[in-house]
Design a protein around this ligand. Structure first.
Ligand code: KG4
Ligand code: ZN
Length: 342
């Protein structure tokens, strides 16, 4: 059995907000003892996206096994846990409910306190796992399948959203464009890979600005521009160079994300910047941010790809800080599909 000190705070974390069934054990908020992820991606691929009903059913089927594996891999029994942390929003309501019901049942049966965690707070907190020195305040760009937020991280679990998407999230745009050029689901990793063989300056896709808020994003115009470009090629009988379309689209997304983020970091006077969420695992995006941050003397933080996409370790980290602040949830904790961050 793993040797733990009496004072160690161990969190069993559960995540089921979308299409990953995940459980993790996190020690003292920063050390991941186990990180088990059952990805349903293969199941949803043939439908071209996540089917909520299938996701919920699969979560029910897998969740016990995933939790058992997380405890086994951490070599620590349930009784040693200080709290059970669970994502209770935002996300697909049926999917969230599976994790929340499971966490409540374990908490009730064992008497271990229950702590509900915001999914985006989890994504941001993923940065604490591999950067022991990172502490708030800093600015974080959260770019996932459901969200594109620029967030001021004021303190642990304390956030102010300064920019958000007006329409599609960045990951959603990746997924939709990938479908349009015939790459399938999930689009992000496929566009990432194909872009390496394409010319990012081949097609001048638009970089949208939102007049009312310089930090907001809009990706639906870009998505339409790609679709129009593809239709134009087809009508003129021109060859579609998939890799060039992918690379040019990806560059347009990255340019906007980098420009808005760096502008915010400078305006707010921070010297630390982090990225989070599935899109943060994009290799060109990471390179672009690393370069721009270095140029501007800003310390740049990003989680490893496995902690960018949905996982429970990030929920364990965010849950730890909530637990230390004294947050405890009752057995009336419910799934909140549109839970607000701030
Ligand atoms: O954070 P996440 O796993 O789930 C949500 O909370 O939404 O993000 C999933 C999104 C998908 O849209 C996926 O296409 C995108 O992240 N994604 C990527 C990459 N890997 C995943 N987008 C761009 N490049 C990638 N390498
Ligand atoms: Zn997520």
């Amino acid at each position: 059995m793993e040797q733990q000190n009496k004072e160690d705070i161990l969190i069993l974390a559960i995540e089921s907000s979308c299409d990953e069934t995940a459980a993790s054990v996190v020690k003292n908020g920063r050390e991941v003892l186990s990180n088990i992820i059952y990805s349903q991606i293969a199941l949803h691929t043939k439908y071209g996206g996540v089917v909520p009903e299938i996701a919920s059913r699969k979560h029910i089927e897998k969740i016990n096994q995933v939790i058992e594996s997380a405890l086994e891999e951490a070599e620590t029994p349930l009784e040693k846990m200080s709290a059970i942390a669970v994502t209770y929003g935002p996300g697909l309501v049926g999917a969230l409910l599976v994790g929340v019901a499971e966490a409540k049942a374990i908490s009730f049966a064992s008497g271990i306190p229950l702590v509900g965690v915001h999914h985006i707070s989890g994504h941001i907190s993923a940065n604490y796992i591999e950067h022991q020195e990172l502490e708030p305040p800093f600015i974080c760009l959260v770019a996932s399948g459901g969200h594109s937020h620029l967030v001021v991280v004021k303190d642990y679990g304390e956030y102010e959203i300064i920019g958000r998407t007006r329409d599609d999230a960045a990951g959603e745009a990746f997924d939709k464009v990938a479908r349009a050029i015939g790459l399938g689901y999930p689009g992000g990793p496929k566009i990432d890979k194909l872009s390496r063989q394409g010319n990012p300056d081949a097609i001048p896709f638009p970089r949208a600005k939102v007049a009312e808020n310089e930090y907001d994003f809009s990706f639906s115009g870009l998505k339409s521009a790609v679709l129009n470009y593809l239709n134009g090629c087809r009508m003129k009988g021109e060859e579609i160079r998939q890799a060039d379309v992918a690379a040019s689209f990806q560059k347009a997304v990255i340019d906007v994300l980098v420009e808005h983020s760096l502008h915010a970091v400078k305006e707010f006077g921070f010297d630390k910047f982090a990225i989070a969420g599935g899109v943060a695992s994009n290799s060109s995006l990471r390179e672009a941010f690393a370069q721009e941050c270095a140029k501007n003397g800003i310390a740049f933080y990003h989680p490893s790809p496995i902690y960018c996409t949905d996982n429970a370790a990030m929920i364990g980290v965010a849950g730890y800080y909530e637990f230390m602040k004294g947050v405890r949830h009752g057995y009336d904790l419910n799934a909140v599909p549109n839970l607000k961050l701030s």
